[in-house]
Unconditional design. Sequence first.
Lengths: 299, 520
Amino acid sequence: MLSVLAVLACHAAPDAGPEPVATPWHYEEDPSAVVPLSGTELAGAPDAIMATLTGIDPHDVYDAWTEIGDAFDAECPVRGDHNGQPLFEGDCTAASGAAFYGYQLVNRIFGFWVEFPGIDGFQHEYSWMTGNSRAELADGRVVTFGGDALWSSRQDGDGYEARTLYLYGNFAWERPTEAPAWMDARLEVELHLEAADLPDGTRAVAWNGGVTGLSGVVTAFRMEDLALRDARVDDVVSPACTLEPTGALSFLGRDGRWYAVVFDEICDGCTRVTGAGVEQTVCADWSPVLGWGDSPWER
Amino acid sequence: MGALIAALWGCAAADAGPDALTVFARASLDLRGVRPSADEAASLLSDPASLDARLDTLPDDPRFGWNLALQLAPVWQTRADESDAFNRLAAVENRASFLASIGEEPLRLVAWIADHDLPWTEVVRADWTVVDPTLADAWPVDYPTGATGWQQVPYVDGRPAAGVLATSGLWWRYTSTYGNANRGRANAVSRILLCNDYLERPVPFDPALDLTDEAAVGEAVQSNPSCVACHAAVDPMGAHLWGFYAEFTDVTGEVARYHPEREDHWRAFGTPPGYFGVPADMANPGALGLSVAQDPRFIQCAVRRTWGALVQREPQASDARALLVHREAMLAGGVTLRALVRSVLRDPAYRALDGDAGAWRLMAADTWASAVEDLTGWRFAVAEGDVMREDRFGVRSLAGYVRSSGIVPRGPSPTQVEVHERWAQQAARHAARHDADAPEDAFLLRDVPVAEEPDEDALRSQIVALHLRVLSQVVAPDAPEVDEELQLWRAIVARTAGDTVEAWAVLIEYLLRDPAFVVY
């Protein structure tokens, strides 16, 4: 008994005092802290997405690589071969003071005839780079490359032209003069475009993937078979419509909420945008998805 | 009678100067990474009743947050730089430093919450992270121009406000294959923040299930009772995390960034995001953080983890009342770690002394390094950086760093002893030479002229002061250990033809290697 008293007298907490009662745990956040996009912002979202989509040119990545190439020498980066493709590796510093870290595979071929079963044709351009590298030039220019950049355009003998874009990763180009906006903004890109021009002059285009890291009302968007076609390509696809895509498009608003663009059966360019408790009809010009010349970015 | 004596002894501990100093030293090492200064020790010894008030000040120290985070690090297990993540670093200059910083990012966020007295809910609700310039080079963050050190910054890639659940550092550590569908990550969240580890559940596996058959496994996790028991909760949590899924795991930027366009990859597995049976708000990519913050287990787990890290044992059923007291203190204090820690510091389990169960704990590797640096000014670094920050170039594990549980082992490993010996050797020489060269700014030898042989009283006085500063130990000038150390000092002077600096170095090393230094 004495020992019990002694212990109780010794430490005031937590063994002493009345039996504690658990306070219920509630955590709530003020819903008004999240302000959904306004009607005007929702109406402008498709245009913002179209502008981003058509502003991302894989040739910018190749141009950046070409530009920094002048700062390197025969020793740095170390040249190698990987399955017949030129391989550049670091870590090293060239005589110019340019430092290279990582690895880079570069394979660009222009104007050649390909012969494979079923796909014989003239390849106008096949540009593919893949790697994980960073080049820092003495004058402050920096190119960061992480992922894949593929652009391919090919024409067969029957007037059918196919183009493929596969741009996946993050690419940044820091330079004193203006860099391409999408590389300057360090956008995270995951784009896959398949486009077909048919002998009768019509075109079908399908986009997949998305873009992240945007500033503005739309901070990211994703597409799943976002397609426009101005001809019946085959018996499976839906009727031609050049005003409104099929497929799925959603975007992340600056409010941190996802919004879905719901395309309907009516070919009028007007869609429903839903999310964060709001729903609104938005009419937009979707023609940039389809209406381009040799490439979506119209170089 | 024995119990009565023990109880009275334990009671006296709160009032006796040396025992108060022991408790304060323990808290100081845990929360500041250093032993009490000479002034603090003297002041406490003259007024042992001020112990509680002095302990209350420790969470206000600028070193509090990071040292608390280090105490919790073995639970988070993010400082795991020996993983295959090294392959992703091709485009990074200082890979060792980068890896160390990655592992520290979630812990730095925890430290920031602690230091700034923010509610613990921020750990899953913050719209910011904490990075250093190394991470700022690779992470999509807005790091202030000209700033240095760890800074609170926002991510700029549109990721949701979800605290550590939206840090690249956490998901670099806890990766997922496509087929695993973030289940391992979900369990990490559940284990760390809810104290609910699915891997510890006794699961009776169906022997008829062919684990090599992907389709069969996919079906089983949705229908087989043995599997559903866990997967019904794990899979919807994992479905929240597709935005942090890395397709190309060998690309730095790929792993560093948030990928909102992948948020709906869960559709391939058929299980939508949810939280223990509650469907998620599909429009809100930060829904998981909100759900965790609202979970009653979230606060309970914070108490349990913090108590376990400080008391250095897993809570038992008999500790339930104490944990409840600490939980209430945390809530009353604005759900802050400071309020929680202040409460734990008053727990008799934390103040256990000789004769109490679990009285002593072995100094963790990080604490060893910071305590020795504070005493001697010496820190072990190589070209790649601080050797206690990581393992690839460092000696953190060799020095006893524990990564797999919250509890530091009771006994040192042979390699730990070896590292401590060499470390103490270097640190002691650094301190003795420094104190000889700059007596006005001495680390340890403030009572004697280091390069001369003082009289015996001064020698004894200095040794007593060393015991107090290095070991937080009160000894009398004529105590047997002081006699022995005096003999040692004189023997070294004799052997080195009068090199008193070396004699002090040996004596400091002797004290740093004393078990009483690493057991506290």
